[in-house]
Design a protein around this ligand. Structure first.
Ligand SMILES: *Cc1c(COP(=O)(O)O)cnc(C)c1O
Length: 399
């Protein structure tokens, strides 16, 4: 046991102030619960922004990591290792595609998708040098690199980091006509979150993803699905795109791919797209390392069983009906897909930050997104009873 204040003060004094965490200092985690330095337990309703879909320290994932820790952890890509090939084959099969390019963080997967689409445009679509354009969406979140924040519409994430990378066209999320109007002969990709997570779990209109697929087909444009937050079980499907029967040209994966144990991201595509690369043109020292691949293989094996997706669907229904009992005068909109919800608070309710602070004091950890949305994304191992308790705590925090 130790006083959480000392850790918060140290972080405040010596860490960069680029986050605004709730005043909780965690030291242990198991399943859907985490424990602070005083031994107090909390329910985790955030799952590290869906990096923790399988819960804290899932035995299969910890076991896979330990097995690999005792054998080999890093080789660089200067040599082969015996985990990378099987990981690529197994992940490609899960995605119904041919080929995988492993990286570490989500932002790197997105960068890889952008670079791939551009190279594909020059090689396969004869776009003139440096003219390739990619369509992205207002309210997007794709990570924090200078190129990615160049097409962010969040001024907090973007301001004072210029000069910005050109070559992106922004259109309203969910607006098919706007995408059609933005496509030019130089358009090489449409980069989309099937559900916008950071924007507050925004679900596009039915048929929109299928419409994007069709527009991309008609115009020889790559459909790039950023499923870093929406993918790998969260929505009740392996990929949120499946809900509309859509197969993109490129999947960008991250977060839960590393099982909450190690950073692991990947771009998945078919050979014709992946083969724009030749040796030396892209890479990463840690990308494809055997430790991450061993954990990733276990994640893929777990998802291949289908039970996680089913659990997300069933628990999602339960969560949806529980959230539907919240005071209607305090909630303007409820958006739920699988075990993932955005609760939009009205001006009658406290701010989302205040609600999350109150919930934390009551032992339930949530994180606001923007001023008015409480995002709920529990580990898929959570129980119905725990969900009911969490919603009761939320209801009280909204008083
Ligand atoms: C979290 C996230 C990213 C960035 O991932 P990092 O690992 O933080 O770089 C990209 N896209 C989406 C949709 C995300 O949710």
């Amino acid at each position: 046991m130790s006083d959480p204040k000392q850790f918060i003060e140290l972080e405040d004094r010596h860490g960069a102030h680029n986050y605004h965490p709730l005043p909780v200092v965690l030291s242990h985690g198991e399943g859907a619960t985490v424990t602070d330095t005083n031994g107090r337990e909390y329910l985790d309703l955030l799952s590290a922004y869906s990096a923790m879909n399988f819960g804290h320290r899932h035995p299969r994932l910890i076991e896979a990591a330990k097995r690999q820790l005792d054998r080999l952890t890093l080789t660089s890509r200067a040599f082969h290792n015996d985990q990378l090939g099987p990981f690529c084959e197994e992940l490609a099969r899960l995605a119904g595609m041919d080929a995988v390019l492993p990286m570490n963080t989500g932002a790197e997967a997105v960068e890889t998708g952008i670079k791939t689409a551009r190279k594909w445009g020059y090689q396969k679509k004869n776009v003139a040098a440096d003219q390739a354009r990619i369509i992205a969406f207002e309210g997007n979140f794709h990570g924090r690199t200078t190129t990615i924040i160049s097409f962010s519409t969040d001024e907090v994430a973007r301001a004072e980091f210029g000069p910005y990378t050109p070559g992106f066209d922004l259109v309203p999320y969910g607006d098919l006509a706007a995408v059609a109007a933005a496509i030019t002969p130089d358009t090489v990709g449409v980069l989309v979150e099937p559900i916008q997570g950071e924007a507050g779990v925004l679900i596009p209109p039915d048929g929109w993803l299928a419409g994007l697929r069709q527009l991309c087909d008609e115009n020889n444009v790559l459909l790039i699905a950023d499923e870093i937050q929406s993918g790998l079980g969260r929505t009740g499907y392996t990929f949120a795109c499946e809900q509309e029967g859509v197969q993109p040209d490129i999947y960008l994966l991250g977060k839960a791919l590393g099982g909450g144990v190690i950073p692991l991201s990947a771009m998945v595509a078919n050979r014709d797209v992946m083969d724009v690369y030749a040796p030396g043109q892209h890479g990463s020292t840690f990308g494809g390392n055997p430790l991450a691949c061993a954990v990733g293989r276990e994640v893929v094996a777990m998802l291949a069983e289908g039970t996680w997706q089913q659990r997300a669907q069933e628990l999602g229904k339960h969560l949806h009906s529980a959230l539907s009992t919240l005071d209607k005068s305090k909630v303007t909109q409820l958006r739920v897909r699988g075990l993932w919800a955005g609760v939009e608070l009205s001006s009658n309710a406290p701010s989302a930050r205040e609600v999350c602070e109150r919930m934390a004091r009551a032992g339930v950890l949530c994180k606001e997104t923007h001023e008015t949305t409480v995002r709920i994304a529990p580990p898929l191992v959570i129980t119905e009873e725990q969900l009911d308790h969490a919603v009761a705590v939320l209801a009280e925090a909204m008083e």
